[in-house]
Design a protein around this ligand. Structure first.
Ligand code: NAG
Ligand code: NAG
Ligand code: NAG
Ligand code: NAG
Ligand code: NAG
Ligand code: NAG
Ligand code: NAG
Ligand code: NAG
Length: 495
């Protein structure tokens, strides 16, 4: 691996919720149709190490839910399309589903929403008459468990049900779905839920046959001469993402529903495609998701709904090699199963400091810190700084994810908490910053965590040590020696 790539992978991405009154959040979809899915505990360790605060599961997998317990991560669970028919026809099945997959886990897991099916109208249209009854049955089961205020019910819709989405102001739902959509929106309004939208500028761009410039799909600046303007409203659209979200707002408005907020449940860009999918590249995926990230955390709304921020779940955590379809379909993942990123997302560190109140502060490596500077900081903390770094050894609770960003964070924080009262600072040559988000994950408890006990700060090392991807049989865990050799090599290459 080239040092360039190695360094890129180390850039830590913070999916931190920017603290503002109406702040939009960032989440990740976790699809599991893959041959080398890491154990649930390892998946959650990756989520924690990148401080991901919201995830969506496509089902209600019990291993994932158990691993997400007591992490503080907010979880959206899914009724699968296979389950929708039964649940729509039989209220007792809905009650059983809610008891087994939601009620049983609360309050240990913060389940905040249930997605009933996925793109039901466009993928299994024969089930359309059953969709709203299924949502109703699930909602009634939540009411019976007194969970209806905490857990919202909705159903992700594809842009395919809006046949002509540009200009946004003239968009309407496919009129075959008038009565379904009317009931659907009435349900969302009555239960104060939200519209779940799957919005893919990638498909909007490639199916647009050159009508739209790729810059428009990738949130890049468009020359003034090529501004994209809605001729009815004269509103300017800087991105296809915004235009898609507005098309959904205007479609709801055409049915006289105006107060239902949109949450984007899926968006993203594939990093690899076949010979006829030349826009599916790492470069474009990095550009799209990086700009999306800035766009969402900016907290602004769309041109038509400027004060409604757009919370968004990126599709998706890992590549899903077992999904059918073209090569691009299998390559939407942002992370490798070993926890490094497929591409880096550059972010400004000013986004990271958040609202630190002084107590409950953790000292962690800055996401954009240079890896050799981090290595020096790590060595200093574990050596002269007298941090207790034994939890970072192979087989110990904080060894995974095995990268310098994560290891430095652990060591910096340990030093900071031991030495703060004696004047120790969170600096490490400018590579460190404080955060109020607890970086603990799995059995790796950071000092100062409310999960730590003074008597036994660490739980026994959890068994799942190395990540061993099923098919390739490659053992990706570094031994201590390889790790040292690599970092020394890296330091030399960088000289
Ligand atoms: C669960 O998430 C909600 C936000 O949707 C938050 O207000 C609440 O404090 C969270 N609860 C726990 C136990 O983390
Ligand atoms: C609307 O939906 C119906 C039913 O799925 C489909 O047959 C029709 O082609 C759609 N119309 C448009 C304009 O997409
Ligand atoms: C569906 O609703 C739209 C907007 O209200 C209306 O113009 C259209 O005629 C309706 N179509 C059908 C088939 O009811
Ligand atoms: C929406 O409301 C307007 C004004 O009240 C009414 O004229 C129109 O028929 C309504 N449209 C639908 C689809 O309900
Ligand atoms: C946030 O987005 C709005 C609308 O897209 C834009 O006008 C504004 O400059 C952005 N602000 C920042 C800080 O990026
Ligand atoms: C993680 O996995 C990717 C893809 O298999 C590989 O390229 C990379 O070298 C691995 N990184 C580490 C630190 O093991
Ligand atoms: C260092 O941490 C380990 C657990 O990771 C603990 O067993 C050990 O007692 C600690 N050593 C000191 C000197 O605090
Ligand atoms: C902390 O201590 C409590 C009570 O002694 C115990 O129930 C809990 O499991 C401990 N937590 C950890 C993380 O060790």
């Amino acid at each position: 691996m080239s040092p360039e790539k190695w360094r890129n992978h180390l850039v830590l991405l913070l999916f931190c919720m920017i603290s503002s009154a109406s702040g939009a959040f960032f989440g990740l979809n976790i699809g599991t149709d893959m041959s080398n899915l890491p154990p649930a505990e390892d998946v959650v360790a990756i989520l924690k190490s990148y401080q991901i605060t919201h995830v969506r599961l496509f089902d209600a997998d019990r291993h994932m839910l158990n691993a997400l317990a007591n992490t503080g991560i907010q979880v959206m669970v899914g009724v699968t399309n296979q389950e929708v028919l039964g649940i729509g026809q039989t209220p007792s099945l809905a009650a059983a589903w809610v008891n087994k997959n939601v009620a049983a886990y609360i309050p240990g897991i913060n389940i905040t929403a249930i997605a009933v099916g996925s793109e039901v109208l466009s993928t299994i249209p024969h089930a359309a008459p059953i969709l709203v009854p299924a949502m109703n049955n699930i909602h009634r089961a939540l009411v019976a468990s007194n969970l209806n205020f905490q857990v919202k019910v909705s159903s992700p819709q594809s842009m395919d049900i809006i046949p002509k989405s540009f200009p946004p102001s003239t968009a309407t739902f496919n009129s075959s779905w008038n009565s379904t959509m009317y009931q659907f929106l009435q349900f969302l309004k009555n239960t104060k839920s939200f519209y779940m939208l799957n919005a893919y500028p990638y498909y909007g761009y490639i199916n647009g046959n050159g009508i739209f410039p790729i810059d428009y799909a990738l949130f890049r600046p468009i020359p003034t001469s090529k501004q994209i303007v809605d001729s009815n409203t004269l509103l300017h659209y800087n991105s296809m993402f915004d235009a898609m979200v507005d098309a959904a707002y205007y479609s709801m408005e055409a049915l006289n529903f105006s107060e239902i907020p949109i949450v984007v449940t899926e968006t993203g860009w594939p990093s690899l495609g076949g010979a006829n999918e030349r826009d599916a590249t790492v470069q474009n995926a990095e550009t799209y998701n990086g700009n999306l990230f800035r766009r969402v955390l900016n907290d602004s709304g769309t041109p038509s709904q400027p004060s409604t921020p757009i919370s968004t779940y990126i599709y998706e955590l890992f590549d899903e090699d077992k999904r059918p379809g073209p090569i691009s379909e299998k390559n939407w993942g942002m992370f490798f199963p070993n926890g490094t990123m497929v591409y880096s997302l550059p972010m400004s560190t000013s986004d990271l400091t958040g609202d630190s109140s002084g107590s409950g502060l953790f000292c962690v490596a800055k996401p954009d810190a240079d890896s050799s500077a981090l290595k020096s900081g790590l060595d200093w903390a574990c050596g002269q700084g007298s941090a207790n770094c034994s939890a970072l050894q192979a087989g110990q609770p904080c060894f995974q994810p095995n990268n310098i960003q994560s290891h430095s964070s652990y060591a910096y924080n340990d030093y900071y908490h031991r030495m703060q009262s004696a004047g120790g600072t969170c600096d490490f040559g400018g590579t460190a910053t404080t955060t109020s988000v607890d970086p603990s994950h799995g059995s790796c408890i950071f000092m100062g965590s409310s999960r730590s006990n003074s008597s036994s700060p660490f739980m026994p090392p959890a068994a799942p040590g190395p990540f061993i991807p099923g098919k390739s049989g490659l053992k990706l865990q570094f031994s201590g020696i390889t790790y040292m050799v690599l970092t020394v090599l890296l330091a030399i290459i960088q000289l």
